[in-house]
Design a binder for this molecule. Structure first.
Ligand code: MIC
Ligand code: SF4
Length: 646
């Protein structure tokens, strides 16, 4: 077996490990972050389980730490108190980005992790099966239920040789993205192997597994080897180590070879993570902003590398440089060794240990200006500036360019600093609050921003609906449900946040959707790529969207649609072309066809043309759609004597 198969088979509850078949796996650990966590815990609460049934569950606060109004502060209180009551560890705001802190303190080789954030695969760097999912799927895992997914194909990426000076782990994953695009990993787990692994440290591996999410892959994983042991030892967690890797004769569904010594500094140009160029080609482009941080590049080594490049240099007068260390551990260590002073002297602005600019929480770039970021996503407008020009690159490229004021190849910098793993990380878990010993005494605090979860009824036998919006390929969940300071504070309030659905593409969408009794969204290929935010399904559901017709779907978003009772239907390109915004369509036998067939038929009322669309639902997903969503389905299961109290 390969490593992915070993991790799956040791957690397999239902199904056979054949690509394309539905399987269920048991979940050892869960993580949530504040922007998806409030809903996840409201959903968990609705299941009536007193205490989580996982080995470990952690609730992080990292996305919205601005507290520009009471809403955000209320969310933090809710998250801390419900964590205390339900057996969950709580990582306080300021302690760091969920993925960075989880890697440092909790991730364990051989275990499974389900997180309500699409970059959960970051922990795959430690030899664990770490998957991103919607909040409701994570809530269900906390209730002790298995996680369902389609058995992925296993893609083996063989890394050979050694990175040359100036090239880093970020350039490796940008090369993978160049080859796979933002769709190429859909339905796959990427498993890394090869002699190139020997010199790749765990934080470097995490950069690679983190941004594997941008290929659409279910997750990415590295073996647990001597590098893993060294990292865990330096984190004072050597006891968590076990050796894990593929069998010598392991087979894979697909193979890709990457020679590390051929990798040169790369950059993702606006506005997609797969729009890859060489830094050399883009060199000379004037830059107004540089941001170093986000869960993909904010480790101790990443920030140290930037500090060493900036030491005795100055940030260019035209550039604003913002640095967000990934965790308090990183911040403490660069404070102690003086690197923070180097950054400050060079002219860097030091931000909190949080997602910050990556999710549009401040630092929106000026109009028309190039912003160079070490982040993982540059979807249009995500920075908060409409028509932004965000480029994604390594910390080395970012730091050198901040000095020069133009995009600069890091190999032009005279010295190429090499930062290895420190022998010992500074460990201080005082901002991680363990669950209460006396949960009865904990009162869950709910401010006025925390509104109950909306639910919908079961699927009608037939359905008349109108196409509320027609959109292109690669629509992201940032397009559907934007983030940023104003909107993110409404993540616990579905009626209020639903007013912003598609607001960047078509601000009248919510009004039209509400006016029509049943709405359809018409999408292109890879609909719903990017984030795991279930708000991109929940808020449209609240507005009356019943169906999404698209050429194809991104995995997490499709699951979220099903979880909230919105039917994802796949259509052929000709059908996409034939339908328009405002088309009125009728599905005469929708419930029966879902139950009995793999396709549904519908008619365009104006033209009288009839079409088919594939639903490809598994038997379990059929039940969920017919029930009107996962919560209704769980409720029904309870009636049929499931142990869940709901
Ligand atoms: C993102 O990077 O897009 C986010 C914000 O972390 C999301 C989660 C969210 O929308 O809350 C993700 O990646 O899943
Ligand atoms: Fe936070 Fe950005 Fe990472 Fe998402 S991608 S978890 S917003 S740092």
């Amino acid at each position: 077996m390969n490593l992915a198969q070993k991790l799956i088979s040791s957690h397999l509850v239902t199904g056979a490990m054949k690509p394309g078949e539905e399987i269920a796996i048991s979940i050892d650990q869960t993580l949530t972050q504040d922007a998806t966590g409030t809903m996840a815990y409201l959903e968990f609460e609705a299941m009536g389980i007193p205490k989580v049934k996982t080995k470990l569950s952690v609730s992080y606060v990292d996305h919205n730490t601005l507290q520009t109004g009471f809403e955000n502060a209320d969310d933090h209180r809710f998250l801390q108190t419900i964590a205390g009551k339900r057996g969950i560890y709580f990582s306080k705001p300021g302690n760091g980005i969920s993925h960075q802190v989880h890697l440092e303190r909790f991730a364990r080789p051989g275990q499974t992790l389900l997180g309500s954030d699409s970059h959960t695969p970051n922990a795959g760097a430690l030899g664990m099966l770490a998957i991103g999912a919607g909040g409701l799927s994570v809530a269900t895992a906390m209730a002790g239920e298995a996680f369902w997914m389609v058995m992925p194909r296993i893609l083996n990426v063989k890394l050979t040789g050694e990175l040359r000076p100036g090239a880093g782990a970020k350039d490796v994953i940008l090369e993978v993205l160049r080859q796979l695009s933002v769709k190429g990993g859909v339905g796959s787990i990427i498993e890394y192997s090869g002699d190139g692994l020997k010199r790749l440290t765990v934080p470097e591996r995490a950069t690679i597994t983190n941004m594997g999410a941008e290929t659409g892959a279910t997750t990415s994983v590295f073996p647990s080897d001597e590098q893993t042991k060294a990292f865990l030892k330096a984190q004072q967690r050597e006891a968590d180590w076990q050796e894990l890797g593929p069998d010598p004769d392991a087979e894979y569904d697909d193979v890709m070879d990457i020679a590390l010594d051929k990798i040169e500094p790369l950059i993702a140009a606006p506005s997609s993570p797969d729009n890859i160029r060489t830094v050399k080609d883009m060199a000379g482009t004037p830059v107004k902003q540089v941001c170093i941080g986000s869960c993909v590049n904010s480790s101790f080594a990443d920030i140290m590398l930037a500090a060493m490049i900036l030491r005795e240099n100055s940030v260019h007068p035209d550039v604003n440089l913002a640095i967000s260390p990934g965790s308090r551990q990183v911040l403490l260590m660069i404070t102690e060794n003086g690197a923070l002073a180097d950054l400050i002297s060079a002219g860097a602005r030091v931000l909190e240990c949080a997602c910050g600019p990556c999710i549009g929480m401040g630092q929106s770039p000026p109009t028309g200006a190039v912003s160079l970021r070490t982040f993982n996503r540059n979807f249009p407008g995500r920075s908060g500036t409409p028509d932004d020009k965000v480029y994604l690159c390594s910390p080395a490229t970012a730091a050198v360019s901040a000095i020069k004021g133009v995009i600069t190849d890091p190999r032009e910098f005279p010295e190429q600093p090499a930062i290895g793993l420190p022998e010992k990380f500074m460990v201080d878990d005082s901002m991680i609050i363990p669950p209460s010993d006396d949960p009865e005494k904990v009162t869950v605090e709910r401010g006025p921003n925390i509104k109950p979860l909306p639910v919908k009824g079961k699927l009608d036998r037939s359905l008349k609906a109108s196409v509320i919006l027609k959109v292109q390929d690669n629509i992201t969940t940032d397009d559907i449900m934007p983030a940023g300071a104003r909107i993110l504070s409404l993540r616990s309030n579905i009626p209020a946040i639903s007013e912003y659905v598609f607001s960047r593409i078509d601000p009248a969408f919510p009004v039209r959707a509400k006016a029509s009794a049943s709405g359809v969204i018409l999408g292109g290929a890879n609909y719903g790529q990017g984030s795991s935010r279930e708000h991109a399904a929940l808020a449209p559901m609240y507005l009356g969207i019943r169906i999404v017709l698209a050429k194809s779907f991104a995995r997490i978003h499709r699951d979220n649609l099903i979880n909230f009772g919105i039917l994802p239907l796949t259509i052929a390109p000709e059908v996409y072309d034939a339908l328009e915004q405002d088309s009125e369509i009728e599905f005469p036998y929708i419930a029966k066809e879902i139950k009995e067939l793999s396709e549904v038929t519908f008619t365009d009322i104006k033209t009288g043309n009839t079409y088919t669309a594939e639903h490809n639902l598994t038997p379990r997903q059929k039940d969920i759609i017919l029930a009107g969503g996962l919560l209704n389905h769980i409720k029904r299961k309870k009636v049929e004597s499931s142990p869940l109290r709901f």
